[in-house]
Design a protein around this ligand. Structure first.
Ligand SMILES: Nc1nc2c(ncn2[C@@H]2O[C@H](COP(=O)(O)O[C@H]3[C@@H](O)[C@H](n4cnc5c(=O)[nH]c(N)nc54)O[C@@H]3COP(=O)(O)O)[C@@H](O)[C@H]2O)c(=O)[nH]1
Length: 804
């Protein structure tokens, strides 16, 4: 090393010492003093750079600027450099050489906590000879080595002691265990050799307990001994360590003291520095605050103004909103009220309109009625007719002239109305009235009294025979077929005729007598006309009385059944019995069904009466079955009965109650029923057939049934009407019709029963036609059950034609 280099290093080292101590004692806080020794300045210029952790706080100092020189001392000039950063250290870069050719020789990074870190740039040999640094380094390395060796020795010793102790304890425990096992074994052997004695066992247990206590005490004592031994060994170890440390003293002690001093100095410096830094930070904050205070105040007042404005705006907006909501609610409430009021008005207006409409309708009806026109047919109605009749009778009375009333009632119309519905009924009434109009003169007055009742008033009557011609024309017009819903239907008319002054002296009596005559026409078989007679009057009064007493006939048990056999004429065997209704009237005696069935049908009494007939017949039939007569029954079923909605359930119940087998029951229906409402009739018949019941078409040939319908109908038997049998075999037409019906029935695979067989000729004729089932007086008249029973007794299998 050259001389100038030695001088330079000496200068730097002394500078560092001065700086580190100077900071602590004389210099202002945050200032570093750096000396420049003039004597060493054999170069043109020197540069000294000082920096901290924060580059922003790096200071560049140059001797070439005299204003930076702080002062002078024995060494030369010195510089006090302020350190305002939080840097933990500072350093120097020392340049030498000319300004334009600066060569960096060395960088010293001196941490403020001592010489912990050295960073050398340039030639390390230049600085490695520094005695203080080398000493510090050596001291440090030695102390660390000693520390490590000591730790190692302590660790080895502790481990050795631990192992020895563990081994000793284990040996002792093993020994104790072996001794204990041996003692226990000896004790067990001893006990096993001796007989069990409770007192002895207890004393042994006591001995054992005492032995255990002694052993525990021994154990505790040995533990105590071990502890003492351990303490002694530990003290010896400490002593040895101390001796070892003392033996390693000398230079190390000195180094330690120096290090301790340095540590204290560094701690102090760190505390001071931290205080300075904290104070500086606070100062900075205060400066910042003071700088910002003015604009802040301005901003605050502005903010307050904005706050006030925004609060006020919010309040204003809320108020406006509330006002709007209130107004809206009020308006909405008013609107709802208005709407409700309007709705109520509307409802009341609608009600008024409907009332008005109703009233208008009533007024219209009244006007029409006053005008005397029947709405449906356009004919004069009952009220106008009555007035006209009064006038005409009065006129006829004044002028001694004759006049006549024809009371017309449609047959089967009720059935059409009931089965097809009122629309079809109305259609029939309109058509019939049109047809009637064509049968009369313009001067005659045709009126509709209501329902299916019409009346024709003929004034200035000359010859009553003329009336028969009119009636015939009207009957013929009525019976023309109707085509409705793609099908053909038929109605007929019954007409009663009464004349003035012969049959009645006033208008109402005249009308009443024409009505009575009409009923007589119905009784006479319908589709005909009848002139009134005094006898009829009596008869009609009788009819009224009959209807009233018929109502209570079931309760009074005045009804009874007669049974007429149906015979297989070929073998002379009774195959079935037809139940025929009779009425044992208290005054009139035994009344035949022709007298009261029409009344019962008209009044609807046929429904309960028909139910009674079925119930009684099935009861009787079951009684015969139980008596051993395996006989079938046929029962007449009125059209009115078949349209009853519960007819199927009702018959099913009767069969179930009586126990009569359904397969033995045949229900007789009329042709007309088949034709009036084929679909519904077929449906009902099918339902009843499902139960096992059979069906027969009664009085076949007298109605208007279409043969094609017959084919479709679910029936089992055809009963040829007795009116055809009357002319058999002499009347060729009757014979031909009868043969045709029998043949047709056979072709349709139906049973054919000929009704009203009275003679052996008729019987022979029928047998020849292949009809063996017959019913008539030739075999048996309808008779009470008891009599039929005796008949069954004597004749089953050997029935003979009675008439032969
Ligand atoms: N809805 C119901 N109708 C019934 C019921 N019972 C009877 N009737 C119907 O009344 C009609 C008249 O019946 P009725 O007076 O009993 O006459 C029956 C026989 O007495 C009669 N008949 C039988 N054989 C002869 C004969 O050889 N000559 C002759 N002149 N008459 C005879 O025929 C009637 C039986 O007819 P039908 O019923 O068609 O087989 C009659 O139409 C009954 O249907 C009833 O309970 N309900």
């Amino acid at each position: 090393m050259k001389l100038w280099q030695k001088l330079f290093l000496g200068l730097v080292a002394s500078m560092l010492l001065v700086v580190n101590q100077g900071i602590a004692s004389e210099l202002p806080v945050n200032t570093v003093r750096i000396h420049y020794h003039r004597d060493a300045a054999d170069y043109e210029g020197w540069g000294l750079h000082l920096w901290g952790d924060d580059l922003a706080l790096t200071h560049v100092v140059s001797w070439r600027f005299p204003m930076l020189i702080t002062g002078r001392d024995d060494f030369g000039v010195y510089y006090d450099v302020p350190v305002i950063d939080k840097a933990k250290g500072f350093g120097f870069i020392i340049h030498r050489g000319k300004e334009k050719n600066v060569k960096q020789d060395m960088v010293l990074n001196v941490a403020r906590d001592g010489f912990e870190v050295w960073q050398l740039q340039g030639d390390p040999k230049l600085y490695s000879s520094d005695p203080l640094i080398a000493l510090a380094k050596a001291e440090k390395a030695k102390a660390e080595k000693l520390k490590a060796e000591k730790a190692e020795a302590e660790k080895a010793k502790a481990e050795k002691l631990k192992a020895e102790k563990a081994e000793a304890e284990k040996a002792k425990a093993d020994k104790l265990k072996a001794e204990k096992a041996q003692a226990e074994k000896a004790e067990k052997d001893r006990i096993a050799e001796q007989p069990v004695d409770e007192g002895r066992v207890l004393s042994l247990l006591e001995t054992l307990r005492k032995d255990n206590e002694v052993r525990v005490a021994e154990k505790e004592a040995s533990l105590q001994r071990l502890r003492k031994q351990l303490a002694a060994e530990s003290a010896a170890r400490t002593k040895a360590e101390k001796a070892l440390a003392e033996s390693q003293g000398g230079v190390g002690e000195k180094g330690s003291e120096l290090a301790a001093e340095l540590e204290i100095a560094q701690t102090r410096e760190r505390e001071l520095n931290e205080r300075v830094t904290a104070l500086q930070t606070e100062l900075n904050k205060l400066i910042q605050i003071s700088k910002r205070a003015a604009p802040l105040q301005a901003a605050e007042s502005k903010q307050r103004w904005f706050d006030w404005l925004s609060h006020t705006t919010v309040i204003l907006l809320t108020i406006i909103l509330l006002v709007f909501v209130t107004i809206y609610r009020r308006q909405r409430g008013e609107l709802v009220k208005k709407m409700l009021a309007q709705k109520a008005e509307l409802v009341s207006a609608q009600e008024k309109i409907s009332r008005d409409t109703e009233e208008r309708q009533q007024v219209e009806n009244k006007m029409i009625a006053m005008a005397g026109v029947d709405e449906l047919t356009g004919l004069p109605n009952r009220s106008i007719f009555n007035r006209s009749l009064q006038r005409s009778v009065a006129k006829a009375s004044r002028s001694n002239r004759k006049m006549a009333l024809l009371f017309i009632d449609l047959d089967r119309f009720k059935l059409i109305n009931d089965t097809l519905g009122h629309d079809y009924g109305d259609q029939v009434l309109r058509t019939v009235s049109e047809r009637f109009r064509e049968c009369i003169r313009e001067v005659d007055m045709l009126a509709r009294l209501g329902g299916d009742e019409f009346v024709l008033m003929i004034e200035d009557l000359v010859d009553p025979k003329f009336l028969a011609g009119v009636a015939t024309k009207m009957i013929s017009a009525a019976q023309q077929p109707f085509f409705m819903a793609g099908q053909e239907y038929h109605v007929t008319a019954s007409i009663g005729i009464a004349t003035y002054p012969k049959d009645a002296k006033d208008a109402s009596a005249l009308l009443k007598h024409a009505d009575i005559a009409m009923y007589r026409a119905k009784d006479a078989g319908k589709n005909t006309y009848q002139f009134f007679s005094e006898q009829m009057n009596i008869h009609s009064l009788q009819q009224l009385a009959l209807e009233s007493s018929l109502r209570s006939s079931i309760e009074r048990e005045e009804l009874l059944l007669h049974y007429q056999p149906i015979v297989d004429a070929k073998v002379g065997r009774i195959t079935a019995l037809e139940a025929l209704l009779r009425w044992q009237h208290p005054d009139m005696g035994l009344v035949g069904p022709m007298q009261f069935i029409p009344i019962a049908e008209e009044s609807g009494l046929i429904v309960p009466i028909g139910h009674w007939v079925l119930q009684t017949a099935c009861q009787q039939g079951q009684a015969w079955h139980q008596a051993g007569y395996d006989i079938a029954l046929t029962v007449n079923l009125s059209p009115r009965q078949l349209i009853e909605p519960d007819i199927v359930a009702s018959i099913e119940e009767i069969l179930s109650n009586t126990g009569f087998p359904a397969e033995y029951l045949t229900l007789e229906i009329t042709e007309d029923l088949m034709m009036s409402n084929p679909e519904e009739t077929v449906e009902r018949i099918e339902d009843l057939r499902q139960l096992g019941i059979k069906f027969a078409v009664d009085d076949f040939g007298t109605g208007y049934s279409s043969l094609s319908y017959l084919k479709k109908f679910p029936i089992d038997t055809l009963k040829v009407d007795r009116s055809f049998l009357q002319g058999v075999p002499d009347d060729s037409d009757d014979s031909a019709i009868t043969s045709a019906i029998v043949a047709m029935g056979k072709n349709l695979r139906l049973n054919v029963i000929a009704e009203g067989v009275e003679t052996s000729e008729q019987c022979d004729f029928l047998l020849k036609q292949g009809c063996r089932l017959m019913q008539g007086y030739a075999f048996a008249k309808p008779q009470p059950a008891e009599e039929v029973s005796s008949l069954l007794d004597g004749t089953v299998g050997t029935f003979q034609v009675l008439a032969s």
